[in-house]
Ligand binder design. Structure first.
Ligand SMILES: Nc1nc2c(ncn2[C@@H]2O[C@H](COP(=O)(O)OP(=O)(O)OP(=O)(O)O)[C@@H](O)[C@H]2O)c(=O)[nH]1
Ligand SMILES: [Mg+2]
Length: 331
C-alpha cells in the first residue's frame, strides 16, 4: 500500500504535469482493492483542495457515430491554441474484452502523442452504460494535473447520458445525418439534456445533412433547453474533412464565456450536490449489504422470499427493525 509519503509524492508529480503520474493516479482512484482506497481518498482530497477552473465537455451518441474522431479534432484545436486537454474515453469494444489499453489511443493518434494532451482509454470497471463510478473523480484529478479542458466520451446507451450530462458543463449529442423517421430513434430525453446537437459525418451526404439539421432544429422547438439562458444549436460536422469543427469551437467559446459564467457556476453547484447524494447512497448500500452479519441474514431472508414463505415487504421490515444504528463505531 502506498503510504502518505508516496501519495504526497504522487500528487506532487501529478501537479507538475507528469502524464505517467497522472495515469498512475487514475489507476489508484479506479482501484477497488480495499487497501488502496485510503490512498485514493488522500489523493482525491489533495486534488480537490484547490478547485481549478476548467471546461468539462461531454460527448455522447450511438456507437460509431464519430465521438472519438471529433474528440481528436476538438482536442487538437484546443492544444493548438495553447490549452491542455485531457480525454477520458470509453471504448465500447473494450467492454467485451474487459479493457483494451490502446483502442482509443489509436482512434486519437495526434492527440495521444501531443505533449499538451492526455488520452485515457476506458478502465475495465464500467457501470452499465458507459461512464464509470469514478469518472467524476477522474475529471478532478485531470484538473489538478493542469488540464484546462476535459473531454469525456461515453457511448449513448441506457443511463449513461444522464450520468454524463450530470458531470460536464457542456453536453454534446452527436447524431448521424439520416433523414426520415430517425429523429424518433433518438430518445427525447437525451435531446432534452443536450446543450448542442452535432450532425456528424456531414461529408457523406450534404443534402441528408441539411435535412437532418432542419429536422433537429424543428424537433428542438418543442423542448426546453437544459440551461434556460442558453439556446441549443444544431451544427453540422465532419471530423474527416474538418468542416464544421471551427463552428463547434466558436459555439463552445461563447458557451464558456463570462456571459454564462453564473449559469455554469450554478449548474456545477447542483452537480456537486447530486454527486454527493449518489456516492452516499451507493456507499451506504454497499457497506450495509456487504457487512458479514447482513450477508448471513440476507441469505436467510432471500431463501424465505424465494420460497414464498415471506413477502418481501415483511422480510425487509424485519431486517431493518432488528438494526440499531450506532454512530460511534463503523456500521
Ligand atoms: N465519413 C466520415 N467518417 C467518419 C467521420 N467521423 C468518424 N468517422 C468514421 O466512423 C467510424 C467510427 O468513428 P469513431 O470516432 O471511432 O466513433 P465513436 O462514436 O467514437 O465510436 P465508439 O466509441 O465505438 O462508439 C470510424 O471508422 C471513423 O473513421 C466523419 O466525419 N466522416
Ligand atoms: Mg469512441
Amino acid at each position: 500500500m502506498p503510504h502518505e509519503h508516496s501519495v504526497d509524492q504522487l500528487f506532487e508529480e501529478i501537479s507538475r504535469g507528469s502524464r505517467r503520474a497522472l495515469a498512475k493516479g487514475l489507476s489508484l482512484i479506479e482501484s477497488t482493492a480495499p487497501h488502496e482506497r485510503e490512498s485514493a481518498m488522500q489523493l482525491l482530497e489533495r486534488c480537490g483542495a484547490n478547485p481549478h477552473t476548467s471546461k468539462r465537455i461531454g460527448l455522447t451518441g450511438a456507437p460509431g457515430v464519430g465521438k472519438s474522431s471529433f474528440a481528436e479534432q476538438l482536442g487538437m484545436s484546443f492544444v493548438e491554441r495553447g490549452e491542455r486537454v485531457a480525454v477520458l474515453a470509453v471504448d465500447p469494444s473494450s467492454r467485451k474484452t474487459g479493457g483494451s489499453i490502446l483502442g482509443d489511443k489509436v482512434r486519437m493518434p495526434l492527440l495521444s502523442n501531443h505533449t499538451q494532451a492526455f488520452v485515457r482509454p476506458s478502465p475495465s470497471r464500467l457501470a452499465l452504460g458507459g461512464t464509470t463510478p469514478t469518472t467524476r473523480d477522474a475529471i478532478v484529478v485531470c484538473e489538478a494535473a493542469g488540464y484546462t479542458t476535459v473531454i469525456v466520451e461515453s457511448v449513448g446507451v441506457g443511463q449513461s447520458e444522464t450520468d454524463l450530462s450530470d458531470m460536464v458543463d457542456a453536453f454534446l449529442l452527436l447524431v448521424l445525418p439520416t433523414a426520415g423517421d430517425d429523429v424518433q430513434g433518438i430518445k427525447r430525453g437525451i435531446m432534452e439534456m443536450a446543450n448542442a446537437i452535432l450532425v456528424s459525418k456531414a461529408d457523406i451526404d450534404e443534402q441528408a445533412t441539411a435535412m437532418a439539421t432542419a429536422m433537429y432544429v424543428s424537433a428542438l422547438r418543442l423542448l426546453h433547453p437544459p440551461l434556460p439562458s442558453i439556446s441549443v444549436p444544431v451544427l453540422p460536422l465532419s471530423s474527416r474533412t474538418g468542416a464544421g469543427v471551427a463552428g463547434v469551437l466558436q459555439w463552445l467559446d461563447t458557451f464558456f464565456s463570462a456571459e454564462h459564467a453564473e449559469t455554469l457556476h450554478d449548474q456545477r453547484r447542483h452537480q456537486r450536490r447530486a454527486w454527493f447524494d449518489a456516492v452516499l447512497q451507493q456507499e451506504l448500500t454497499d457497506r450495509f449489504l456487504q457487512h458479514p452479519v447482513m450477508v448471513q441474514r440476507l441469505r436467510t431472508l432471500q431463501a424465505e422470499v424465494d420460497g414464498g414463505t415471506r413477502i418481501p415487504t415483511v422480510a425487509v421490515h424485519s431486517l431493518l427493525s432488528s438494526l440499531s444504528l450506532s454512530f460511534t463505531e463503523s456500521i
